[in-house]
Design a binder for this molecule. Structure first.
Ligand code: CP
Length: 335
């Protein structure tokens, strides 16, 4: 792999099917979970620069742990708090608050590191800019030759989605011996107090559709339709009760509106998952990427209950990051 920005980056020329490529990544991640230090020389004398334009707990720390497991040095730069305010607009007259143009900063960062990783968020103001991935694409273009890993971009969160499939697959493997059928995986919208990006939901939909090993249903209030480029292939319903019937996995996430971009239209608390609603499912496991607003997005009784996979899921972020980094390091070593 030369970059990790979306699900199609896991496809190699010899692989026809993205599902096979995803399963290979899942296998690599679970092998690292069993033996974290088995490739501790792979990243020796190599350095990853991790740039954050937004806050993070899991993405930052899990990627640093993954890099350390591979013997790689990681340097974190909280651009939003410690760096000069960056300008991304071509031809900008920089008489406002921005101090340094990405054109000047990016090649320098590219010369300091062997691999670069960056987290940006969407503005949620201009859909065209956000969905053209203005920021991360500028980094990729200007760092010619240095692999770039997305730590979440304006529209996608691939390290989270790989983790989510690892977590489902790992849970399914525990059930060996029981009758195997395609699991029913439901992505459900949940209420929140402020407008959030669509990244996690878009990305989860993109990965589960590309994986092709789940009966995949998305449920949300009518105004919260996601971009069809990510959801095509899933069954979509505005009836959460119907969606939850016989579900094996329920992935809970809030997102703001996509069509009338970045708005919160309604926050009907009835969309929050409770044990009463969970009773509709096939004793489903519940997932969330975290951070979560307790008793707004998800109830305490679910988060603290036996069906919650959220802590396992967050723990698996290390193995997803390690599998991705190892794949990129192998590509670097092959020249
Ligand atoms: N899920 C996730 O990306 O968490 P952080 O925002 O803490 O990195």
């Amino acid at each position: 792999m030369k970059q990790f920005i979306n699900v199609y980056d896991v496809l190699t020329p010899e692989m026809q099917h993205t599902g096979t490529a995803i399963n290979n990544m899942v296998g690599a991640a679970l092998a690292y979970k069993a033996h974290p230090l088995k490739d501790q020389h792979l990243g020796k004398n190599l350095r990853i620069g991790m740039l954050f334009l937004n806050p993070s707990l899991r993405t930052r720390l899990s990627t640093q742990v993954a890099a350390a497991n591979l013997g790689m040095e990681s340097i974190v730069f909280n651009v939003d708090k410690e760096g000069w305010a960056l300008e991304f607009e071509e031809g900008a007259i920089m008489s406002g608050n921005t101090v340094e143009h990405i054109k000047d900063a990016a090649p320098i960062l590219g010369s300091y590191f062997d691999v670069l990783a960056i987290r940006t968020f969407p503005s949620l103001k201009n859909r065209e800019d956000d969905y053209s991935e203005l920021y991360i694409n500028q980094f990729i273009r200007r760092y010619a030759g240095v692999p770039v890993i997305s730590l979440e971009s304006a529209t996608l969160h691939p390290l989270q989605s790989l983790t989510d499939i690892i977590t489902i697959q790992e849970d399914l493997l525990r059930k060996v011996g029981t009758a195997q059928k395609k699991p029913k995986v439901v992505l459900t919208w949940a209420p929140h107090v402020k407008p959030l990006p669509q990244c996690v939901a878009n990305s989860f939909a993109q990965w589960v559709n590309a994986w092709g090993e789940a009966d995949f249903v998305i449920t949300h209030p009518e105004d919260y339709a996601l971009d069809t480029q990510f959801t095509n292939g899933a069954t979509i319903t505005h009836n959460q009760t119907e969606a939850l019937q016989d579900a094996d996995y329920v992935y809970v996430k809030n997102w703001s509106t996509y069509h009338d971009y970045g708005k919160v239209y309604e926050n009907d608390p009835a969309w929050m998952l409770t044990n009463e609603r969970l009773a509709l499912t096939n004793n489903a496991k519940v997932m969330h990427c975290l951070p979560v607003r307790r008793n707004v997005e998800l109830s305490d009784e679910i988060l603290d209950g036996p069906n919650s996979l959220v802590t396992t899921e967050a723990g698996n972020r290390v193995w997803a990051a390690q599998a991705v980094l190892a794949n990129i390091l192998q590509t670097l070593k092959q020249g």
